[in-house]
Every structure is written in structure tokens, then in C-alpha cells.
Design a binder for this molecule. Structure first.
Ligand code: 13P
Length: 285
């Protein structure tokens, strides 16, 4: 089916209390593993990209790949731009066919975040595309952004309420609730109370960033408290690499590339299906 919009997909997830998995794709093979995994479990899914990956492949090839893959299945697939501060990149994604975009103003002051998010909101909503916006500071590394553990800041509830009043049509809201991008160094310290306070004051689906490394019980508490979009990047990237290196270890003399691509695809697709099943979106297409 044609590329789907993220807002209705996430509204349904919020109401029915399941999580839509959002994977950071790397290349065509990775996007194929995500879309096929979702199709096999009859689940809605989000393919998202960091700016670094877009710079590698270009806007048009990515949009073409994902559109083609989406056309070949009958589950909703949204194409989303992950953390981005550059309005030109946001415009280029929308022009190329992305169905949602994120503006990440979380490193700005609260006022400046609102001011700049308004510019992105105007661009996205006038094009009929959903917007994700963030406040607080999510720890860890994503793309070129690094937030040290000590600098991670939980989103303030009053600020969440004020922020969202400016953006009634926001597709998804990303308040920092203690999760972190990348591999967790210690036990993740999720502020469930803060999450519940936010979701009882703000009626917008919440994005859970930093999904890699969380336990089933942590996902399920976050999802039942209103997290409708669950981001997985690091796990997918590690499986992308492990697909190749795992086969190389067992068959060091193999010189034919296609078995490597197949091994990588199967490993990534298994990861995709595991996450979809864990987030309760299986059968929810
Ligand atoms: P992980 O890399 O921890 O899976 O986080 C992904 C993410 O939140 C992308 O924005």
C-alpha cells in the first residue's frame, strides 16, 4: 500500500495501548527486513532515518526504496525523519515523500525550542505531514548528537503541557523520561511516574526513545502508560553488522556476497519480528 501517515497509526496505538516499532534503517536490505518482518506479523511499522544515513544515500533513493517496499505489502509503513535540527533537511524529506518528520530542539532553551519547533510545525502541517518534537534531554548517542549521562534532563511536566498547547496537531511527542540512546552502561532508570504525569496531562501519543536494551517489562510499562512509538536503532545496527561477521566466523572461506546479504537480512528480520511481538503490534495493521 502507499506510504502511511504516522499520526493515525500512532493515535490507534495510543488508544489500543500497543507500541508501533520504529527502526532506524541503514540501507535497502535493512529497510527490506523491516517491511517484510512487519508484513509477516501483520503489523504497522515505521522506518526512520538519521540525517547521517540520508547524507549517505540521498533523499530520492531512500524515498524510492521505501515507497517500493511499502507498495509490495499490505501493512501500513510510515517513512519518518529521526532527530533533525535543520529545517532544510525537513523540507527536502517532505518534498521527496517522507510522511513524517522530527524536529529536535531539545538542546535549545525551552523558549527557543518552542520558537523553532513552530517553524517546523508550520512546514510539516501545511504539507499534511506529521511532526515529532522533543523536550528535555535524552541521554546517549544518536547520529552526531551526544548527551552525557550527567547532562540528560527529564522533561518537566508543566513545560510538556505548555509546549504541547502550541502544537495541537503534533503526531507524536518525545519527552525525555530517563531512557538513553545507544547501549545502556548500567540499569536504565525510567521515570515511570513522570511518564504517567505527562500522559495524564497531554493527549498526544508519546515516543519512547532509546529502546535498545530495555527489558520486556520496561517496554510494557511504558507502552501501557502511553508510549505509542518505540524507537529501535542500536539493536538493528548491531544485527546489520553481526549478520556479516557471524557468517564470516562460521564460513571464513566464503567469497560469495549474497549469502552474507541473506544472513544479514534474516538476522535483522528476526530482530524486527521480536520487537513487534514484544510491543503488541502484531495483527494491528
Ligand atoms: P536506540 O539506539 O537505543 O535503540 O535508540 C533509538 C532511538 O531512540 C532513535 O531516535
Amino acid at each position: 500500500m502507499p506510504l502511511a501517515h504516522m499520526k493515525p497509526m500512532l493515535k490507534k496505538a495510543q488508544l489500543e495501548k500497543f507500541g508501533v516499532a520504529a527502526f532506524n534503517m541503514i540501507d535497502y536490505n535493512s529497510a527490506r527486513a523491516v517491511v517484510d518482518g512487519a508484513q509477516e506479523l501483520n503489523a504497522p511499522v515505521i522506518i526512520q532515518l538519521s540525517v547521517k544515513t540520508i547524507n549517505l544515500w540521498g533523499f530520492q533513493p531512500i524515498a524510492e526504496w521505501v515507497r517500493m517496499l511499502s507498495d509490495s505489502v499490505d501493512v501500513p509503513v510510515a517513512l519518518h525523519l529521526d532527530h533533525c535540527k535543520d529545517l532544510n533537511v525537513i523540507k527536502n524529506c517532505i518534498d521527496a515523500g517522507w510522511t513524517s518528520v522530527m524536529f529536535d530542539g531539545s538542546s535549545l532553551s525551552f523558549k527557543e525550542n518552542i520558537r523553532q519547533t513552530k517553524l517546523a510545525y508550520e512546514i510539516a502541517t501545511s504539507a499534511g505531514v506529521g511532526l515529532e518534537a522533543e523536550i528535555g534531554a535524552i541521554g546517549g548517542t544518536e547520529d552526531d548528537k551526544f548527551v552525557a549521562e550527567d547532562d540528560a534532563i527529564l522533561a518537566n511536566v508543566d513545560e510538556c503541557v505548555e509546549f504541547c498547547q502550541h502544537f495541537p496537531d503534533l503526531a507524536v511527542f518525545a519527552p525525555a523520561i530517563g531512557t538513553a540512546h545507544g547501549v545502556y552502561k548500567g540499569e536504565p532508570n525510567i521515570a515511570y511516574d513522570r511518564l504517567t504525569e505527562i500522559t495524564s496531562s497531554v493527549d498526544i501519543p508519546i515516543a519512547l526513545h532509546g529502546g535498545t536494551g530495555l527489558e520486556a517489562e520496561q517496554f510494557s510499562r511504558c507502552i501501557s502508560s502511553g508510549c505509542a512509538k518505540v524507537n529501535i536503532s542500536t539493536m538493528h545496527k548491531l544485527q546489520f553488522i553481526q549478520g556479516f561477521t557471524g557468517l564470516k566466523e562460521t564460513q571464513p572461506n566464503l567469497g560469495e556476497p549474497i549469502p552474507f546479504i541473506d544472513a544479514q537480512y534474516e538476522l535483522m528480520k528476526k530482530g524486527v519480528k521480536d520487537m513487534i511481538a514484544l510491543f503488541g503490534s502484531q495483527g494491528k495493521a
